[in-house]
Design a protein around this ligand. Structure first.
Ligand code: BG6
Length: 483
């Protein structure tokens, strides 16, 4: 058997894409609540267009999402039926501290997550908790400018302290920030930063200042987690997917190297423990004047993460001269199309299972820490047939090929891997597009883009397939399965 007996199999969701119940039990508003469906979403995500309050012209899908707030018991029961022994989910900061800067936490919010963890425990499911999945209280966005302000570190730490203390013994796997590197490309979604009125230089300064503040917060959270409970295991989480050079022209190879460095900067600090010199040089060269405290470097080097987690959907391509090349879409930005990859999702994401193996080797060789794949999957339009059944063979094929590549990395390339949680194990709101019809789940949720539907849950064909994969610890990846 390739994978160890204690390998963690499961699925992943995020509070703002699944919970709904945005105004229940004293929950406050967060940046992610304000991301509307439609053409403005991308520029708002990127912090170019301002959306600090709801307006009547937009529909905000996160407000009700798939209402996991009321369905979590049934949903976790279905996860257990598939055989999950881990469930990745996130905390909505504003359920615990509605404004972000209160002295006392909101008991109703704490109770809600405690109930979820107890429900998981009932089925022997280990929770893997993302402390912040693109989640910043709007009060702090408006009041102090969010993560550009160092005071955020303390507010975040208050949250962590409450979580680590209250859930001691219930949760041991924590991720400090989801896809921390996304804040470079999607400053408002990633870190609550509106940067639309800034010069290019000032925008870059704000983004890297916020990055520094989050890195400090992550290290302090790691320190705190270990001091409160030595069983705690803390991971960083990066949006991975290696950049390939378009050709072996050294200029393309160099471009790819720079693009990879830009993303690895975050994990270089969180897992490697020190600021890469190339980054400090860049700050200086460009006069960015990033504010750091005296003890920051020591703190970062002494509090590295226990494991490196990442999301993987696709690889990307770097080229020195973009003129004339075809482009392909991604979550936030377009990238050069890889002519060697023949298949892509309906959203133009190129499919590259071997790229997962390549990315794993890259991350493992760089940090020598165990990896955890905490997101991977295929966003697709699922159409129930007249009996309500969903034959999602395309998803089964995608997952089988990626899981095979993941196993190969473990078996042949010497990579240590703790677990695999496929993204959106139950259909939820797309982070990039806000659509409901971009579905990733094994469980279908009856809800459409406009929020209409019964919210009824039903099993897709892939539900049975993943159940068998887990039951055989990844040994049986045959595509055929009864449904
Ligand atoms: C990751 C995020 O970027 O990709 C998730 O962590 C997100 O929140 C996932 O949902 C898939 O992206 P999308 O845009 O298809 O939802």
């Amino acid at each position: 058997m390739t994978l160890s007996n204690d390998f963690l199999w499961g699925g992943a969701t995020a509070a703002n894409q699944a919970e709904g119940g945005y105004n229940l039990d004293n929950r406050g508003l967060a940046n992610v609540d304000l991301l509307p469906l439609g053409k403005d979403r991308k520029s708002i995500i990127k912090g170019e267009k301002k959306m600090l309050d709801f307006d009547d012209n937009h529909f905000y899908p996160a407000l009700n999402a798939i209402d996991m707030y009321h369905h979590y018991k049934d949903d976790i029961k279905m996860f257990a039926e598939m055989g999950f022994n881990v469930y990745r989910m996130s905390i909505a900061w504003t359920r615990i501290f509605p404004k972000g800067d209160e002295k006392e936490p909101n008991e109703a919010g704490l109770k809600f997550y405690e109930n979820i963890f107890l429900e998981c425990k009932k089925y022997g499911i280990e929770p893997l908790v993302t402390i912040s999945h693109f989640d910043t209280p709007m009060h702090l966005v408006k009041d102090i400018g969010s993560w550009r302000n160092r005071r955020m570190v303390n507010y975040y730490l208050n949250l962590c302290k409450v979580l680590f203390t209250r859930y001691k013994g219930l949760v041991k796997y924590w991720l400090t920030f989801n896809e921390i590197n996304m804040l470079i490309y999607a400053p408002f979604e990633g870190a609550g930063l509106y940067v639309g009125d800034l010069t290019e230089k000032e925008k870059k300064r704000v983004i890297y200042q916020a990055a520094h503040n989050e890195l400090v917060a992550s290290a302090k959270a790691t320190q705190l987690a270990h001091s409160i409970d030595s069983n705690n295991q803390i991971g960083c989480m990066v949006a991975a997917g290696k950049y390939y050079p378009y050709s072996c022209d050294p200029k393309d190879v160099y471009e790819a190297m720079l693009s990879n460095r830009k993303d690895y900067f975050f994990s270089d600090v969180q897992a490697g423990g020190s600021y890469p010199k190339y980054m400090l040089d860049m700050f200086k060269r460009e006069g960015l004047n990033i504010q750091m405290d005296d003890g920051d470097f020591k703190l970062l080097s002494e509090n590295t993460v226990d494991f490196v987690s990442f999301s993987y959907y696709m690889t990307r391509v770097a080229i020195s001269n973009k003129s004339g090349v075809q482009m392909t879409t991604g979550n936030v930005f377009d990238s050069v199309k890889n002519p060697y990859l023949k298949e892509q999702s309906e959203w133009g994401w190129q499919i590259d299972p071997l790229g997962l193996r390549i990315t794993m080797i890259d991350l493992y060789d760089r940090y020598h820490k165990p990896l955890f794949i905490v997101e991977n999957g295929l966003g697709a339009v699922d159409k129930p047939d007249k009996d309500g059944k969903i034959y999602d063979d395309y998803r089964i094929k995608y997952l089988a090929n990626h899981i095979k590549a993941m196993k190969d990395a473990v078996e042949y390339d010497g990579v240590e891997l703790l677990g695999y949680t496929s993204w959106g194990c139950i259909d939820l709101i797309s982070a990039g597009s806000g659509e409901m019809k971009k579905r990733y789940g094994f469980i279908y949720v009856d809800r459409d883009n406009q929020g209409k539907g019964t919210l009824k849950r039903s099993k897709k064909k892939s539900f049975n397939w993943y159940k068998r994969v887990i039951a055989t610890n990844g040994e049986n990846l045959d595509l055929d399965i009864e449904y």
